[in-house]
Design a protein around this ligand. Sequence first.
Ligand code: SF4
Length: 479
Amino acid sequence: MSREELHRFSGKLWREIDRVEPQKRLAAERVADFHEIYSLLDEATVREQAARCIQCPQPACQQGCPLANHIPEWLSLAAEGRFLEAATVSQATSNMPEICPRVCPQERLCEGSCILLGHAEPVCIGAIEKFINEFALAHGAVSVTCAPANGRRVAVVGSGPGGLACADELAKMGYAVTVFEAQSQGGGLLLNGIPAFKLEKSVVQRRLNILEQRGVKFQYGVKVGVDIDLRELLERFNAVFLGVGAQLARPLDIPGADLAGVQQALPFLVQKNSPMAFDLPDIPVVGKRVAVLGGGDTAMDCLRTAIRSGAAEAVCVYRRDLANMPGSRKEYFNAMEESAQFLFLTNPVALEADEQGRVAAVRCVRMELGEPDASGRRKPRAVPGSDFRIPADLILIAYGFDPVPFPPGSSLASVAVNDWGAIKVDENQMTNVPGVFAGGDASRGASLVVHAVRDGRKAAQGIHRHLNSSGQSTSVAAK
Ligand code: SF4
C-alpha cells in the first residue's frame, strides 16, 4: 500500500477519521468486580484507526516510547490487516507487548508525542498494540524459539517486569536463566501491585508461561540475601541481574500517623488484589469513608480498589492541582467515573482519633502553587488560616516507594547504592560489582513498568557484552 493510499482508508483521509477509544464497561457494572474494564477494538476499527498514522519520517511516537517501539511500522501493517506481521514487529522491541499497552500512561509517552496532536486526537497506539498482540497470542503466533544454548548461566533476582524482560532477552540469546523470586508466584509488581481491573492476573500468568516455554527456570520462595547470598550466585552463575523493585513505602510524617485505621497503600492493594494475599490480615473497607493521600497511579489504584471493596466514599487528598498530579489522566478519569472524589491543593497536617483511638478525620490545609522547584513542578505552600477537616475512617498512604535496604551482613551490601537506596548502575546497567547488573525500580526508584522493561532489555545486552568481552568461559559449576 502506498503512503497516499495508507492515508486513505475506505476512501477517507486520515483527518476525516475520528479517534476511537476501546469500549469501557459502564462504571456501575465494573465497580462490582475486579475484571479489566476495556474491550479489545474490533479488526475493522483497528485497520481504520491504524490508517490515521501519517507515517512521518522521524516518528515522534517512537521517540516518546521508552522501548523505541517501531510504531509506524506496525501501524502500517495493521492498517493492511496484516496483524500477525504487525505483532512480530512489535514483539521485536518489547518483552511485554500485550502488558505495556494496558499499563502505560500513553498520554505522556507514545501518544503524547504523536505528530497529529495540535491538529487532531493522537493515533490510539496503545489500543492497537494491545489488539495485534492479543491477536497473535490467540492465534498461537508467538514464537518461543531461542538461539542454541551457549553454555552460560545467568541468575535473575526478582520476577517483576525488569527481571522478566532481562530473563526473556537472555533466554532468546541462548543463556540458561534462573529467576529467583521471594514470593510463591511470579510477576512481582505486575501480579501484586497492579490491580486486576487494569491488568488481569491471567495475562501475567500467560506471559510467565511463555518465558517458561523459552526455557527460563523459576525458583519461588527464595529470598536472595537471606536464603541464598550474592556470593553464592556469582559462584554458580556467570552473571546476576538484580530486579528487586522498590517496595519501601514513604512514611506519613504527621501527628496521628500511627492510629488504627491508617494503612500503607501496597499492603492494602496486595490484600485486596493479589491471588496470594500472603498472610495479610483483612483490611475492612465496607461502609468506610476512605481518604487516599497522594496523587500518583498508586493513589488511583487505591481509590478504585476501595470503591470495589465496598467503601462508602473514596476521596483523594493531593497537595498540588490536577495539572501537576503525577497519576495518569486515563486512570484519573476512570476513578472519577467510578465515583472517586478529589481534593486538590489540599495537604493533610494531622489525623484525628475517635474515643476508641481509631482514625476519625484528616485535618487539612488549603495549598496554593508557588514557583517551580528543581523538578520543574510548581511548589505548593500552605494558605494561612485555611484549616479544615475531612471525616475518614480508613486512611491509605500512597506517597511512593523507595528500594528496600539490603539485609545487613549479606554480600548484597557490597553493591553500591545512592542516597535514596537505589542501586547505582553504569550505562550497561552494571553495578560496581563486576558481573552484577541491576534495573527497574531497584536502580531508578519507583517508576513505570515500561521503564523496567527497558532496563531489563538493556541489562541483557550489557550482560551479553560483558561476558563476551571478558571472555568468561562457560565453566561456572552447575550446582
Ligand atoms: Fe506506547 Fe507504552 Fe506501547 Fe511504548 S510500550 S508504544 S509507550 S503503550
